[in-house]
Design a protein around this ligand. Structure first.
Ligand code: GDP
Length: 216
């Protein structure tokens, strides 16, 4: 989407983002229950999305590492929140994917319980990044998660994934439909970023947006 800042400001923000994400990123721990969630020591950003949306690929593209977040062959298998510490300045929380058809009602209820407890009780959580597959736009369960984030009063930003799979015109249509959905939600950030882990579109822009939330 259009950046309202001057080109010089945008370039500077992009450089700040590049420097942050060039720092060491270490896996801290996985949390399967609320008790395992690490102490709130740094500003935190949480990544959330449907299984197979491209979340692991995006986290790896942001950090420039190939294997940081496991790219899953079995959708719906990761049931933990994985915490990564980025250069002592920002914590990244990779939330388990939702919406996988073969997950039982009990597992799905457990997902909601863990995520809601995490979202409600995380004072250092600065923003959630909600990933939407650009071929599909927001689906019913994405909208349910948006409602959940609204209720938890967590500010969040929508990010389209796999933008390389669409032609420019199609992407434009999905972007405006997604932005319309964001406007219907109290806690959604107006800025929408289209990304691709394959050709790198939007990665610098997203790094810049997240760097603004880190310890300066
Ligand atoms: P996760 O389940 O949300 O962590 O999704 P993954 O990162 O495991 O990706 C799911 C599938 O989508 C894999 O086959 C990836 O190779 C593919 N994928 C992820 N990101 C992109 C992207 O930006 N472009 C394209 N073309 N494919 C992608």
């Amino acid at each position: 989407m259009e950046d309202a800042r001057s080109p010089a400001d945008a370039a500077e923000a992009s450089e700040v983002g590049r420097l942050l994400f060039a720092q060491q990123c270490e896996f801290l721990r996985g949390a399967a229950s609320v008790e395992d969630i690490p102490r709130a020591e740094l500003p935190e950003v949480a990544f959330v999305g449907r299984s197979n949306v491209g979340k692991s690929s995006l986290v790896n593209a942001l950090t420039g590492r190939k294997t940081l977040a496991r790219v899953s062959n079995t959708p719906g298998r990761t049931r933990e929140i994985n915490f990564f510490r980025l250069g002592g300045r920002l914590m990244l929380a990779d939330l388990p994917g939702y919406g996988y058809a073969r997950v039982s009602k009990t597992d799905s209820a457990r997902w909601t319980e863990l995520i809601f407890a995490y979202l409600r009780g995380r004072p250092n959580l600065r923003r959630a990044v909600l990933l939407i597959d650009s071929r599909r736009g927001p689906l019913a369960n994405d909208i349910e998660v948006m409602d959940l984030l609204d209720r938890a009063a967590v500010s969040y930003q929508l990010v389209l994934t796999k933008a390389d799979k669409l032609k420019a015109g199609e992407l434009g249509r999905i972007e405006s439909r997604t932005a319309d959905e964001a406007r219907r939600h109290a806690a959604a950030h107006p800025e929408l970023i289209a990304t691709s882990a394959v050709d790198g579109e939007g990665i610098a822009e997203l790094r810049a947006a997240l760097a603004a939330l880190a310890v300066q």
